[in-house]
Design a protein around this ligand. Structure first.
Ligand code: AMP
Ligand code: GLY
Length: 412
């Protein structure tokens, strides 16, 4: 089997690495990839958002499956361009990826499917926004309707700040505040059959103790020993299956990875957001614990035959990923800072490093090239053991201005 993975980041490195381990996989290709992915795949300099270019590359390589990683290409319809050429693709059509591409659309689908989520108002003028803020109350939650790399949402007790964020966006969704811990629950689906993965937790804010602005995610771990018994069955029944069924009913079936961001509130489980792809960085620890070949699941989802594939099973123990970000993130990022210690980190038992915003300099050094630079991922017998190993790995890596949280998976 030949596989083409589309995307530049950590999620794609984790996917390419898992696929490269599969004995039935003969070639892994990636566009555009990064230096970490180059160790397990052949890289191609193709714009991941250009559907025609991606489809032409898949055709030329004769691949059996294209895996589209990030939301940008999915929302832009890259999966559709690949499907048109008769090549199986893991990732929803552009129409189905609207579940992530428009928060207002996601709310509409959830309402139709009876999926529990925060009360919300869609606003396009400052007057509407002000009225919605007053109706739904503080803490205020204001979300840019469109894609914003995890940075389009603010949660604040300041009405002025909430209004200012709304004014900076064309269309916003203003929501009721959801209390309680957050859980990321991913499901692989072919548009009918839905296989949930093990729950994970992501740390969205830049600072320890969940302080500071939202990021794409600064670390993650799985499983969640504290999660209520029956959570996965409940979410499959009340969230994932009804959403997949509603998308099919609309004639825009969702096939790929449905990511439910959940809040376990005092009034029950609520959907915070849907994403249309593997989450980053949750995918890194999740794939480290997957105890089944990834390829049959992805291929089953891509070809409408998921029911013929065994559901995913998980290794015992736990996995933790800690993200190291470059100076300035999330407001900006720093490029060209030389990264040392990746090999030393990987010498720590149970540790591997997943690269995201990295590049090779003209002189061949590994350097920073984005906000989230890499994730140090470790497995262990428990969350605490995996966490200790991950932080030993982090301690081995350095680059100018490196930032990481020190409380990922702490106290679990
Ligand atoms: P989203 O992009 O919708 O996942 O929002 C990013 C982050 O903002 C979430 O992971 C939450 O931490 C926070 N957030 C979003 N919606 C709410 C809400 N209704 N109540 C509380 N926090 C929220
Ligand atoms: N970890 C959050 C996301 O992938 O959107």
């Amino acid at each position: 089997m030949k596989i083409l993975v589309i995307g530049p980041g950590g999620r794609e490195h984790a996917l390419a690495r898992a696929l490269a381990c599969d004995p039935t996989v003969t070639e892994v290709h990636c566009a555009p990839g990064n230096p970490g992915i180059a160790a397990v795949a052949t890289l191609h300099d193709v714009d991941p958002i250009d559907g025609e270019a991606v489809a032409a590359l898949a055709d030329a390589l004769g691949v059996d499956l294209v895996v589209v990683g990030p939301e940008g290409p999915l929302v832009a319809g890259v999966a559709d361009a690949v499907t048109t050429r008769g090549i199986p693709v893991f990732g929803p059509s552009g129409a189905a990826a609207r579940l992530e591409g428009s928060k207002a659309f996601a709310k509409e689908v959830m309402a139709a499917a009876g999926v529990p989520t925060a009360a919300a108002r869609v606003c396009t003028t400052p007057e509407e926004a002000a009225a919605a803020l007053d109706e739904l109350g503080s803490p205020y939650v204001v979300k840019d309707d469109g894609l914003a790399a995890g940075k389009g949402v603010i949660v604040t007790e300041s009405r002025d700040e909430a209004l200012a964020h709304a004014a900076g966006c064309e269309r916003v969704v203003i929501e009721e505040f959801l209390d309680g811990p957050e859980v990321s629950l991913f499901a692989i689906t072919d548009g009918r059959t839905v296989y949930p993965m093990q729950p994970a937790q992501d740390f969205k804010r830049i600072g320890n103790g969940d302080q500071g602005p939202n990021t794409g995610g600064m670390g993650a771990y799985t499983p969640l020993p504290w999660a209520p018994e029956g959570l996965v069955d409940e979410v499959l029944r009340d969230v994932l299956q009804p959403t997949v069924d509603e998308m099919a009913r609309r004639g825009t079936p969702f096939a790929g990875l449905l990511y439910a961001g959940l809040a376990l509130t005092s009034r029950g489980t609520r959907v915070v957001e849907f994403n249309a792809r593997f989450g980053d960085p949750e995918t890194q620890p999740l794939l480290a614990l997957l105890d089944a070949p990834l390829l049959p699941l992805l291929l089953g989802a891509a070809t409408g035959t998921l029911a013929d594939v065994a559901p995913p099973v998980w290794k015992p123990g736990a996995a933790v990923g800690v993200v190291m970000a470059s100076a300035g993130y999330p407001a900006s990022s720093s490029s060209g800072d030389v990264i040392t210690g990746v090999d030393a980190a990987e010498a720590v038992p149970g540790v591997h490093v997943i690269q995201a915003g990295t590049a090779l300099s003209a002189s061949g050094d590994l350097v920073t090239a984005g906000g989230r630079v890499l994730a140090v991922v470790a497995t262990g017998g428990s969350v605490a053991q995996a966490r200790a190993a991950a932080y030993d790995g982090v301690a081995a890596i350095s680059f100018a201005g490196a930032q990481h949280r020190t409380d990922i998976a702490a106290g679990i």
